[in-house]
Design a protein around this ligand. Structure first.
Ligand code: PMP
Length: 324
């Protein structure tokens, strides 16, 4: 029998909401309870994946009784670019979108780590796949959110058989909703095979990124990451880690293509992203990375990153917007 349970979002990611909790979102120009924000089944974005989005974190600092939005302006600047690629725009400047987001977080009164998910979507209810001559709208919701993948034990990754969307088919540098089916194929292949996470190669076989994370490897004391021309999302965490690595650890950071088997001989590998944060990889395709445990550079980068995003490092306070 078919049922319509109005399922709440669930997953293994902390991205669900307890039934008793009401959370406000911003939808169709108003602040409304999340449960009341519904899209018509003929919405173009639902039919064809024609939407773009951002994933943003806000970190709770218990000592200061403060919630810090992380790199909010950078996320909305990237979002404006993603929208432009899809013939859409934001309803205001990136600065105004930051203000709106702070307003939403304040109205919700969160005193815990929070995930913020703004989207611009093709809102016209119409059949007909295209990008032009369609209306678009903006929404943003937020949820309490813990770790997306492990950051403490080290994860096991597989280079999956699926290839990253090429820039010639769906550009990875724009956060296009439909493109995430590629990530879903990758993640599911890895997880059903017993791994924690996928590493995805470009069409010509170079390491691109994880299912929703950028990738770094350490070789001979150098921190190496694929260039922005290897079908990656130009990650905000990626930039943050490069800054920390250079400024706090004196590491040289190189952007260059990475062969698959370089990952097998690397001293360390890590994945990073807003959701993933900093997640050291301890094995790839059944080969131990380095000594098969979290390495010193990955551990240090992760710890510095967590200190920075929670407001414990004065040099990086400018990354943060206090909500209260
Ligand atoms: N790559 C992909 C495919 C992603 O979805 C994400 C998460 N947004 C990242 C990389 C990491 O990007 P960021 O650090 O900006 O969250």
């Amino acid at each position: 029998m078919l049922t319509d349970k109005r399922a709440r979002p669930t997953g293994d990611t902390g991205g669900s909401l307890p039934a008793e909790r009401t959370v406000l979102c911003y939808f169709e120009g108003e602040f409304v309870p999340l449960a009341d924000a519904r899209l018509g089944i003929m919405t173009h974005a639902v039919l064809y994946g024609t939407a773009i989005f951002e994933g943003i974190r806000a970190y709770w600092n218990e000592d200061e009784g403060q919630l810090f939005g992380l790199k909010l302006l950078e996320h909305y600047q990237r979002m404006a670019k993603s929208a432009g690629v899809m013939f859409m725009d934001l309803p205001g400047t990136p600065e105004e979108m930051v203000e709106l987001t702070i307003d939403l977080l304040r109205r919700n009164g969160f005193r815990e780590d929070t995930y913020v998910r703004p989207s611009v979507y093709k809102s016209t209810e119409a059949i007909g796949v295209r990008l032009h001559n369609l209306e678009h709208r903006f929404l943003v919701f937020c949820l309490p959110f813990g770790d997306y993948i492990d950051t403490t034990r080290g994860i096991k990754a597989q280079t999956v058989s699926w290839r990253r969307n090429s820039d010639l088919s769906i550009p990875a540098r724009s956060k296009i909703v439909g493109a995430y089916v590629n990530s879903a194929f990758a993640k599911t292949e890895a997880q059903l095979n017993g791994y924690d996470e996928a590493i995805v190669l470009t069409l010509d076989g170079h390491a691109s990124e994880g299912s929703a994370e950028n990738l770094f490897m350490v070789r001979d004391g150098l921190l190496v990451t694929p260039p922005v021309t290897d079908d990656i999302l130009e990650g905000i965490t990626r930039t943050a880690l490069m800054e920390i690595a250079r400024n706090e650890m004196g590491l040289d950071v190189v952007e260059r293509q990475i062969d698959r088997t370089e990952l097998y001989v690397a001293d360390e590998v890590l994945l990073c992203g807003t959701g993933a944060q900093v997640s050291p990889v301890i094995s790839i395709d059944h080969r131990a990375v380095g000594a098969g445990r979290i390495g010193p550079i990955g551990a240090r980068l992760r710890d510095l990153y967590f200190d920075a995003v929670r407001g414990r490092l004065p040099a990086y306070r400018h990354w943060l917007t206090p909500v209260y």
